[in-house]
Design a protein around this ligand. Structure first.
Ligand code: CP
Length: 338
């Protein structure tokens, strides 16, 4: 594996989920794989989960893990080509990337959308430069348009909790649905946020064995490259009916690029709306603004699985790094495929 941006990069999802469970059961089982290998994780933006889970995953695999906070620890980096560098950024990515590449075996990059120039963001201009100039495998740690480590962790979490729910229902002699209904709902937020998390969540859910619905106010339609095939429902409560998983997230408009069109708290996920679901689990990638995105009662309920969801970020990162390490060692087949 040379890059991890898209659901396509992980291949067969059933096998990836199986591998995730085996990594989870034996987190230190591949310490030899990472010995004398180094991962550098570059952060252009703030992070709690991604930073710590990536480092933890690398350490579990026996790797050295280095984190660089661009603009904090390092020189400020110019990202645009052809500019006269007479401002406050003394180094260009064009030199910084190959230098970083010379110090490591795998690179992870967090670089949010600027939300000003849609073409620049949707071309993944910064991440693609890392692929082109580093000569090393590259993982998106949330880039302009995608957050694949989050979406993979979300899928692992849905798979685990759906299996548990099915077992409980079967043990109680109740009807078990063939597939879970998963709803991605827009929710209000005071600032303009990128579309990376909902884009990736939609892409991964459409590839998974679930019934997938997106609910959002008019004007918040996501890029069709990620949502083609999803059911769209503009009535949030109707979308929630019979749902097994509610995934809340804010995003700014794709059509009126980067704009906040609404802060309507009628879209906050609350107990009243959760009551029409099929006792749905509540999910959010975190950080979450309480009583904007979700009410205290919903996020504090036993059906809220935001913490195990975040814990699974180590597992998703570890599967990805493990596959990259195996590719670097010339072992292309993932170990756990049986
Ligand atoms: N969910 C997520 O990516 O969290 P951080 O921004 O804290 O890394």
């Amino acid at each position: 594996m040379r890059r991890f941006f898209s659901v396509k990069d992980i291949g067969n999802l059933e096998l990836a989920l199986k591998e995730a469970q085996q990594v989870k059961a034996s987190p230190f089982g591949d310490q030899d794989l990472g010995r004398n290998r180094t991962a550098i994780f570059i952060f252009f933006n703030s992070s709690l989960r991604t930073r710590l889970s990536s480092q933890k995953a690398a350490l579990n695999l026996g790797m050295n893990a280095i984190v660089l906070n661009v603009n904090g620890d390092s020189w400020k980096l110019e990202t645009e080509m052809g500019v006269v560098m007479d401002g406050d950024k003394p180094e260009h990515l064009r030199e910084a990337i190959p230098v970083i590449g010379s110090y490591c075996d795998i690179i992870g990059v967090r670089s949010f959308a600027g939300l000003k120039d849609r073409d620049f963001d949707y071309a993944e201009t910064i991440l693609e430069q890392f692929c082109q100039y580093s000569g090393k495998p590259v993982v998106s740690l949330e880039s302009a348009t995608v957050h694949p480590c989050q979406a993979f962790a979300d899928l692992i979490t849905i798979d685990e909790y759906w299996k548990k729910r099915c077992n409980e229902l079967a043990a109680a002699g109740k009807t078990v649905k063939k597939r879970p209904k998963v709803v991605l709902t827009w929710a209000p937020h005071p600032r303009a946020l990128p579309q990376a998390v909902p884009n990736s969540f939609a892409q991964w859910m459409l590839a998974a064995d679930v019934d997938f619905v997106i609910t959002q106010p008019e004007g918040y339609e996501l890029c069709e490259d990620f949502t083609k095939g999803a059911a769209i429902e503009y009535d949030q409560k109707k979308a929630f009916e019979g749902a097994d998983f509610i995934y809340a997230k804010n995003w700014s408009s794709y059509t009126n690029y980067g704009q906040v069109l609404s802060m309507d708290r009628a879209w906050t996920v609350d107990e009243d709306k959760m009551a029409v679901t099929d006792n749905a689990f509540f999910m959010h990638c975190l950080p979450v603004r309480r009583n904007m995105i979700v009410s205290d009662a919903v996020i504090d309920a036993p059906t809220s699985i935001v913490i195990p969801e975040a814990a699974n970020r180590v597992v998703s990162a570890q599967v990805v790094l493990r596959r990259m390490l195996r590719s670097l060692s010339g072992e292309n087949a993932p170990l756990y495929h049986v």
